[in-house]
Unconditional design. Structure first.
Length: 214
């Protein structure tokens, strides 16, 4: 709930164009400090955050939950769909032009449909919304797992690192502004936390009553 309130307020500040200068300055500084040899690497990394990959992963996990009869888990993984609709709605109604062409650095031509669908506005970042949604769920699952504490620490570190790298690609490749990235993060966290509650509730319900009391 807090994340959703923050997203709403942050969206208001973006609509008021309070981030325009910081957006541009951040993109220029990031591109100035990272060598062009990373263009292709970051372009490949951005594929992981595409709608086809992220929604596809959630649909597979929802199908696996369906096989196990875990209704709440199915609903949890499918939360990525309304989150994606929210992202598209934001791009349709909030005046926030995308970075100009001269800032674009993506080198990877792709046949994925989502790379050919462009809206006039760029807020929030769909890549970040969907990626952070998945990472938030994985973070919560790792946090409450019964794995060794060191293993959990490594998993959480990997999750946070990947989230940072995806955010960096959005800005470095000139696909999104900093404000687009932050908005996507907030929306992804809000949706991911809600989904995590449903998925973790399923896990708790599957624990025998005698095991819970130990």
């Amino acid at each position: 709930m807090i994340s959703l309130v923050l997203f709403t307020y942050f969206s208001y500040t973006v609509a008021k164009e309070r981030w325009t200068k910081l957006d541009f300055d951040t993109t220029v500084k990031v591109q100035d400090h990272i060598p062009r040899k990373f263009d292709l690497i970051f372009s490949y990394l951005s594929l992981i955050g595409s709608a086809e990959v992220t929604i596809g992963v959630c649909l597979i996990l929802a199908f696996l939950a369906l096989i196990r009869g875990q209704i709440l888990a199915i609903l949890g993984w499918l939360v990525i769909l309304p989150a994606s609709f929210g992202e598209v709605f934001g791009k349709l109604v909030l005046f926030h032009p995308a970075p100009p062409v001269f800032l674009h650095r993506s080198l990877l031509p792709t046949a994925l449909p989502s790379f050919y669908v462009h809206s006039d506005f760029s807020y929030p970042s769909g890549h970040m919304t969907r990626t952070i949604f998945l990472l938030t769920v994985f973070f919560c699952l790792s946090l409450f797992s019964k794995r060794d504490s060191m293993v959990r620490l490594v998993l959480i570190g990997a999750i946070l690192s990947f989230g940072f790298m995806m955010a960096l690609t959005r800005i470095y490749l000139g696909e999104h502004w900093l404000s687009d990235v932050i908005g996507g993060v907030l929306l992804g966290i809000a949706a991911g936390l809600f989904a995590s509650i449903l998925i973790l509730k399923t896990r708790q319900d599957n624990i025998p009553a005698d095991a819970r009391g130990r």
